[in-house]
Write a protein that binds this ligand. Structure first.
Ligand code: NOJ
Length: 749
């Protein structure tokens, strides 16, 4: 159908039918067996009439294909205008084949591979009959106390942009901009906007930031996803400078629609329209419905606000009726772009043409590759790693045999499909070389309130803690090396998983302390949804491999890295603080008038702490390899450029170690003087290269005017003439090359 036909379709609908298109409910509202609606959930959210359920436009988080087919069938039988239901779900980093959590994925800096993972995600969802995924989440994050950093691309704007683009391309396909091809889904950029900056890292808390900070750091990743063609955007739960995002007209109409040119469907986050009342921004549901519609929110996720209040509002006000029509048209356009009017059962296969895509060998291979490239080697003293063949290994820790390594948002994944670390090591080491013990509990008992609903998903610790420790010490004593698999529990991160003190549980710290007295090398493998604070344990171990939540292929990926079958190449997409007191800590901070000039700074009146270093434990961009990369022969083709020119920086990188490996070469820029204070440095380009032993490669970066631009207070995006420092290095802290360049209006000849 073309837009004209869709417009006509909107005109044919009654007001109630139009509103129905804007309602999103969960599957438990529908009873497909007896064609009736279920009154329990209906009452709970205050839906007053059953016809509202019959007119519903979309369904949230029903992912079973038989159920989807049946719900669609019964819906179409009842629907006067035969408008199919849209099925939307939270498939954030994998449907059945689960990839590493997004924060880990961006540590790979391998965006073609991330796109491939999103392609797999889309394929598996497509065959289940899902139409929209609420991914990618592209909120920039600087505070590891916030549990949702696990779903985010990290602290850097450029990595956020690359992630947004590759995910949208992988999910939606980057061909024909309008129609979503077979095997693909519609993508939803979220959460608009700046949800990652919640004060004190506390979930759902308010956000207060300057427009300059918003435009220069936080908005670009959303903008990139929209530019890549994302069909949906989701509002954020938080307030932004005092106004809840879901009722924020400036944010959603002026910024999102007019400035960022988004013309797709804007969906509220879960119950966020109703929460305008709790925010103290709307007096009642009528005013909440009006605020949200005026702000341009098309779909009301999981509340009865639009369902119960819009009818009266639009009958009284023609302008609001026009806004309702616009919103309905956008929803119908999305259904049309997905081809649902032609095939409402899109993607669902009949028994005869099942292709066995789900968890296929190819999908698992992609998941393994991405996991290997996402896991970061943070420390490796005296070449402790890789393990050598003849070493006797004691594999200890609550993550040694743990299958729950998928992370909080893998709601459709099955833990039974994950490979444990023990299984991974068994596949690679001689069984006589490997002994295993749990050593400690995964969680401290009764210390954190993880929400009743998850209690039955927490590990059952039936053994006595003392006995666990003794068993661990016994096997450690007879081994050459200890691989200690520790970490936080799945439910300690993710939505509602904010922590004031993101450290390892006391039970695990006790284990680490006990083993560290045995004078054996310890390799710490850490699982978690955020950068945990490792200061206390860092000195007690010889090596640290940060596994995050690596997904289905967990054990094999970690084992391949531990044994050197794969060489670590990941570099951090988020800073690791030394202490909670340093948070928020991020590499691209704004310059201060009193910088700390060196670590031994004896001046009191500098921007520093008196009780701790300013430096993080591990900086953004940091990650080690088993091999060594030597950088040399830096050249700049010119030191001055106009806005129409480029400067070329070239260098040679050589693999001088004894393993093949991948290196991520990073280029940062600092604008020396500008009309607003600019960051100490900003990542502007990177290259990931693969070098065999002894091999070298000449690398070229091209610095152009776009890299020097920033948003000015009047909203313009431009560069300013003057000096810029260029840094090239292996991470954001250690620069092997530094030169000054100059942007001029014309050359002095
Ligand atoms: C709330 C979360 O904030 C959002 O990311 C998610 O997509 C929705 N719930 C739907 O489950």
């Amino acid at each position: 159908m073309n837009n004209e036909m869709l417009r006509k379709k909107v005109d044919q609908l009654t007001i109630q039918e139009k509103i129905g298109q804007l309602i999103q409910l969960t599957g438990n509202f529908f009873d497909t067996h007896n064609d009736s609606v279920v009154t329990g959930p209906q009452k709970k959210i205050g839906l007053s009439r059953s016809y509202q359920i019959n007119n519903t436009g979309s369904i949230l988080n029903t992912v079973d294909k038989q159920q989807i087919r049946e719900m669609q069938r019964t819906h179409l039988l009842k629907s006067t205008h035969k408008i199919p239901l849209l099925f939307m779900a939270d498939i954030i980093y994998g449907f059945k084949t689960i990839f590493p959590i997004p924060l880990a994925q961006t540590c790979s800096w391998n965006f073609p591979l991330i796109e491939e993972s999103a392609t797999v995600l889309a394929k598996e969802c497509y065959e289940a009959g899902i139409h929209v995924t609420f991914a990618p989440m592209v909120d920039l994050v600087r505070d590891p106390r916030w549990g949702r950093v696990m779903e985010a691309p990290g602290e850097d704007t450029l990595l956020g942009e690359c992630y947004a683009e590759s995910m949208v391309n992988g999910i939606q396909g980057n061909g024909d901009a309008q129609h979503i091809p077979k095997g693909k889904l519609a993508a939803c950029i979220k959460h608009f906007a700046a949800y990652g900056a919640a004060v004190a890292g506390r979930e759902y808390n308010s956000v207060d930031m300057s427009e300059s900070m918003l435009r220069n750091f936080f908005l670009p990743s959303y903008a990139k996803g929209i530019e890549a063609g994302a069909k949906l955007v989701m509002t954020a739960f938080n307030t932004l400078n005092g106004i809840p995002c879901t009722g924020n007209k400036w944010l959603n109409r002026d910024m999102l629609r007019d400035t960022l040119h988004f013309d797709g469907v804007l969906i509220s986050d879960y119950a966020a329209i109703d929460e305008l009342i709790t925010h103290g921004y709307a007096e009642n549901q009528t005013s909440a419905a009006k605020q949200a519609l005026l702000a341009g929110v098309d779909i009301d996720m999981k509340t009865a606000v639009y369902a119960n209040k819009l009818e009266k509002l639009v009958k009284q006000n023609q302008d609001l009726h026009a806004l309702l029509d616009e919103a309905v048209l956008r929803v119908l356009m999305l259904k049309n772009d997905l081809g649902l009017f032609d095939d409402p059962y899109r993607g669902i296969q009949t028994e005869e043409d099942i292709t066995n895509t789900i968890l296929s060998k190819e999908h698992k291979e992609t998941a393994l590759k991405l996991a290997e490239e996402s896991i970061v080697l943070l420390k490796n003293n005296n070449h402790t790693l890789p393990l050598s063949r003849n070493q006797k290994v004691a594999l200890i820790g609550p993550y040694a045999e743990e299958k729950a390594t998928l992370g909080f948002w893998a709601i459709t994944g099955d833990e039974a499909d994950t490979i444990t670390l023990k299984d991974g090591l068994h596949a690679l080491l001689d069984t006589s070389c490997l002994s295993v013990a749990r050593g400690a509990y995964l969680l401290d008992k009764h210390t954190e309130n993880l929400y009743d609903k998850y209690n039955d998903k927490l590990p059952v610790e039936s053994e006595d803690e003392e006995t666990l420790l003794e068993e661990a010490i016994a096997i450690a004593k007879t081994s050459d090396i200890i691989v200690l698999a520790v970490g936080e529990n799945t439910y300690q991160s993710g939505e509602g998983g904010s922590r004031t003190n993101p450290v390892l549980p006391a039970t695990q710290l006790r284990l680490i302390n006990a083993l560290s007295t045995l004078a054996k090398p310890i390799v710490l493998v850490v699982y978690g949804g955020r950068p945990l604070i490792l200061t206390e344990v860092e000195e007690k171990v010889s090596a640290i491999l940060y596994a995050w939540f690596p997904g289905t292929m967990n054990g094999l990926a970690v084992a391949n890295l531990l044994t050197g079958k794969a060489n670590p190449s990941a570099k951090l997409s988020m800073t690791f603080p030394r202490s909670v007191g340093q948070i928020p800590i991020y590499y691209n901070e704004l310059r201060t008038g009193r910088p700390q000039l060196d670590e031994e700074n004896t001046h009191r009146f500098a921007s520093r702490y008196i009780d701790q270093s300013n430096l993080p434990l591990y900086p953004f961009g940091f990650g080690k390899s088993y091999t060594h990369f030597q950088y040399s022969d830096f050249r700049l083709n010119q030191e001055e450029m106009t806005k129409n020119e480029q400067i070329k920086v070239t260098l040679t990188v050589k693999n001088t170690g004894s393993y093949s490996g991948k290196e991520i070469v990073q280029l940062y820029i600092c604008d020396k003087v500008a009309s607003i204070t600019r960051p100490v440095k900003l990542l502007k380009a990177f290259k990931k290269i693969d070098l065999k032993v002894g091999e070298s490669q000449r690398i070229e970066f091209e610095i152009d005017n776009n890299m020097l631009k920033f948003y000015h207070p009047d909203g313009s995006f431009d560069s300013e003439h003057g000096d810029f420092d260029i840094f090239i290095g292996k991470d954001s802290a250690e620069h092997l090359f530094k030169r000054r360049i100059r942007l001029v209006s014309k050359h002095n000849t």
